[in-house]
Write a protein that binds this ligand. Structure first.
Ligand SMILES: [Zn+2]
Length: 117
């Protein structure tokens, strides 16, 4: 099964070089549709994995969905290494989107919605 995943990842564009911008676009449109901020690419990978899990719960013999889950896991891990780091406030932040819970104001990390005092 692992070689199936490797083949799929290769077939679907020279590894995740193209997955990251696609996941960014998906996260942007999902966020817009939900009326929230952009969803970071690593969470897009988790959500796509969740979609495959739901499909499998209805048809556990569908081997392609199991392979796809491994693919999303692999992409999610690689994208996380590339795009995620912990903010000084402790939250995980996407390097393009910034911290989801605070804003850097005058070199202080202020919770979103509050002003620097
Ligand atoms: Zn923060």
């Amino acid at each position: 099964m692992v070689s199936d995943v490797e083949n799929i990842l290769e077939d679907r564009q020279e590894d995740y070089g193209d997955a990251l911008p696609n996941f960014r676009k998906i996260g942007r449109i999902w966020g817009a549709l939900l009326g929230i901020e952009d969803i970071p690419p690593f969470k897009v990978a988790l959500m796509m994995d969740g979609l495959k899990s739901v499909r499998l719960s209805g048809n556990p013999e569908h081997k392609d969905s199991w392979v796809d889950k491994l693919g999303y896991t692999s992409l999610g891990q690689a994208i996380t290494e590339e795009t995620i780091k912990r903010c000084k406030c402790g939250a995980w932040q996407d390097l393009n989107l910034g911290c989801p819970t605070c804003t850097l104001i005058d070199e202080r990390y202020v919770p979103k919605g509050e002003s620097a005092k």
